[in-house]
Each structure stands twice: as structure tokens, then as C-alpha cells.
Design a binder for this molecule. Structure first.
Ligand SMILES: Cc1ncc(COP(=O)(O)O)c(C=O)c1O
Length: 398
């Protein structure tokens, strides 16, 4: 029997970051000494207090379904966190706790999108945004940025793009950004917010890397710019990156009552709820683990400095200094256009690097930026130093 797959299924490409990681893991299992800069997750262990809270939840038999949008105690803790860290007043009822920020974004998109609605996504973008938009039959509209403007869209650029769209619905803004590490300033966010208000579009503000920010910069949530913009913004956040909890699966969306209500309804018919013990653990993460986060943040900052210095020292490689998250995105276009190995794009280069020099990085094309490659510096200093040598040797061998 042959089954016709849906147009939706056929449109979805496999996640390139997971593909690279899987290949690197397989090579490692086969005994190859691979250095993996492909992964998008902290290499640290989840802090003890968080693990203990989950163990206690199991021992207390807190193991049943919970309210679909999350237990009230957790939504209260998130509400307190939003006020404390982001100066955002948010009623616990306007918060949806999902199995990862990834799921929160999909449920929000399902709640707001009709076929052919346009969702604006600045490039380079996190790999899943375009697929998520396509999954709900909406249309991703890509807004290019470049290293010269620090990978930021301008308010003018956004305004001009919106003038030319027929069904603009939302902007997905991601600061600190994956893959570039870009962090928007308050002034830049104010200008973007004003354009969104002018065109009456929603902002989906993905702030999952907010705690990993460097050089004494401060994260600003665009929702905190004014009451007006808060009513037009859904903030996305979660515990994966800040608390080294990627496998626990807990993220959340906070935003306008109606949107959260319908997104919660969708979640209730799909994943039901986040597993009960993770919810208990996340309360401890949000309330008690700021010093663990700070320890990890400092280590990431030091690794960033080592990695970026090393990348910048390679002839004909440009690299902006990322201000947040744990990624660096060097421009290797010179080598893609000048080599004797027939390598023409970032995928071909990354395959060559992995096979010949045993270093896994992600091709820029995965993020809509083929002149670049992405390193994750969620890796030891020793591996960063060794990986830099191999990367440089690979480029020089071309
Ligand atoms: C920008 C961005 N948003 C969301 C996520 C998803 O996070 P979660 O583990 O909470 O689903 C990631 C994970 O890589 C990410 O990089």
C-alpha cells in the first residue's frame, strides 16, 4: 500500500543541527576522535537542587497529569520571574507551560496563523522557525541582515518590508540570537516595537538565551517597552539553555490572554502537559539557581573569548563578537569561492571538515546564511583550542 504524505510533511526538512550531531556521534561511536561544535545545548550538568526537586516529586508520587497549561505554582514562579527579570507584569493565567520552547512556539503559531499569513523572520534564523511556520501553512518572509550591521534588522527595513506584504501576521524576534549571538539594545527594540504597532502585527519574542549574555550587557524584553507593545507580544522562554535542562523539556509562552487561551487548548489536545516532575524541578530552577546560571555564564564568556580570538586570527575569516547565547558565526566565504577542492557551499565545507579533520560544525545554509558556519562553544576549552587548530588546517588545505 502506498500512502500519500501530506504537503506539510513533505515541506519539512530534517533539522540540520541534529543531523550534524547524529553523524558526529556515530563517528565518535566508531572510535573517531571527533570534536563536536554542532550541539545547541550546554555541556554542563543540571544543577543538583533541580535534580533533587524532581527526585522528590517522584518520591512524593507527584506523577499524574497536571493542568494542561502547567501547575499554578510554576506559572506563579514564571510570573514572578517575568516581573523580577524583565519588568513584565503577567498574570499566571496568561502563561502556557509547554514541553520545550519549541512546542510553545508551534502552539502559538497554530493559534494565530491562517493559511498564507506571513511571518517575518530575520536571517540568519534559528533553524526551526521556518519549518514551524510552514507546518501551520503560513509563509515565512525572510529579512536579511549582515555582519556589517551586526546581524540586526532595522526598523526602517522592517517598515519597508511590511508595506509590501499582503497578510503580515507576526515578527519572530530572537535576542540573544541563535546562531549569531546578536543582542538588540533598548533603543533598537523601541524602534522595532513602534513599527509593529504601526502595522498592527504580533511580536513573538524568543528570549530563551536571555541569561547567557556577556560584556555586562543587559537583556531587554521587547514586551517591556510599553503597555501597548506588551499587549501585542508573546514572550517565549524556557529552562533548557539557562539551567542546562535541554532533556527535561520545559518552555513557556507568556502573552495576550486570548492567544494563550487558544494555544493552551491546542496543547491540551496534543501533548497534554509537561511531565509533572519537570514542572516541580523548574520551580526550583527559577527560584533558587541564579548562582549556578552565573557560574555557567562566566565559563561561556571565557570560551567565547578564546574561540572568537582564534577564529579572527585565521586569514580571510571574519567573525563578529557574539554578545549572547553560545554560538559564533564566522564568515568563510573567501574559502568557499577560492579553493581547489571543488567546495562551493557551506554544506560541502562542513562535510569535508567532519570527514577529513573530524570537527563538526553546522553549515550556515541551515540558518539561511550560506557564507557562514556556526560553532557552538558549549564545549571544553581544550576542545575549543584543538578544534581551532583543525579548522584552520582545514581552511588552509583548500
Ligand atoms: C532560538 C531558540 N529558541 C528555542 C529553542 C528551543 O528550546 P527548547 O529546548 O526549550 O525547546 C532553541 C533550541 O535550540 C533555540 O535555539
Amino acid at each position: 500500500m502506498s500512502i500519500n504524505l501530506s504537503h506539510r510533511a513533505k515541506a519539512i526538512k530534517p533539522s540540520p543541527t541534529l543531523t550534524v550531531s547524529a553523524l558526529a556521534k556515530k563517528m565518535k561511536a566508531d572510535g573517531v576522535d571527533v570534536i563536536n561544535f554542532g550541539v545547541g545545548e550546554p555541556d554542563f550538568n543540571t544543577p543538583e537542587a533541580i535534580k533533587n526537586a524532581a527526585k522528590k516529586a517522584i518520591d512524593d508520587d507527584f506523577t499524574k497529569y497536571t493542568a494542561s497549561s502547567g501547575i499554578l505554582e510554576l506559572r506563579q514562579a514564571i510570573s514572578e520571574k517575568l516581573l523580577r527579570d524583565n519588568n513584565l507584569k503577567c498574570n499566571p493565567n496568561d502563561i502556557l507551560v509547554s514541553p520545550g520552547a519549541k512546542a510553545s512556539i508551534v502552539f502559538i503559531l497554530m493559534a494565530i496563523c491562517d493559511p498564507r499569513d506571513e511571518i517575518i523572520i530575520p536571517t540568519p534564523y534559528w533553524v526551526s522557525y521556518t519549518s514551524q511556520v510552514e507546518m501551520v501553512d503560513a509563509h515565512p518572509v525572510l529579512l536579511p541582515t549582515s555582519m556589517e550591521n551586526n546581524f540586526k534588522i532595522s526598523a526602517k527595513q522592517l517598515d519597508e518590508a511590511l508595506e509590501n506584504l499582503s497578510n503580515p501576521k507576526a515578527l519572530i524576534l530572537n535576542s540573544p540570537n541563535n546562531p549569531t549571538g546578536t543582542v538588540y539594545s533598548k533603543e533598537e527594540l523601541e524602534d522595532i516595537a513602534n513599527v509593529c504597532l504601526k502595522h498592527n502585527i504580533l511580536i513573538i519574542s524568543d528570549e530563551i538565551y536571555e541569561k547567557l549574555i556577556y560584556d555586562n550587557k543587559k537583556h531587554i524584553s521587547i514586551a517591556s517597552i510599553s503597555d501597548e507593545i506588551r499587549e501585542q507580544t508573546v514572550v517565549i522562554n524556557g529552562v533548557s539553555k539557562a539551567y542546562a535542562m535541554t532533556g527535561w523539556r520545559l518552555g513557556y509562552a507568556a502573552g495576550p490572554t486570548e492567544i494563550i487561551k487558544y494555544a493552551s487548548r491546542i496543547q491540551s489536545h496534543t501533548t497534554s502537559c509537561v511531565n509533572s516532575m519537570t514542572q516541580k524541578a523548574a520551580i526550583i530552577a527559577l527560584k533558587e539557581c541564579s548562582s549556578d546560571v552565573e557560574d555557567m555564564r562566566k565559563k561561556f564568556e571565557h570560551r567565547r573569548d578564546v574561540l572568537v580570538k582564534g577564529l579572527k586570527s585565521i586569514p580571510n575569516v571574519q567573525c563578529a563578537k557574539p554578545e549572547g547565547a553560545f554560538y559564533a558565526m564566522p564568515d568563510i566565504s573567501y574559502y568557499l569561492h577560492n579553493n581547489s577542492k571543488g567546495i562551493n557551499n557551506s554544506v560541502e565545507f562542513c562535510n569535508y571538515l567532519l570527514k577529513e579533520f573530524h570537527v563538526a560544525i553546522v553549515p550556515g545554509s541551515a540558518f539561511g546564511a550560506d557564507n557562514y558556519v556556526r560553532f557552538s562553544y558549549a564545549n571544553s576549552l581544550e576542545n575549543i583550542e584543538q578544534g581551532l587548530i583543525r579548522f584552520r588546517n582545514a581552511l588552509e588545505s583548500l
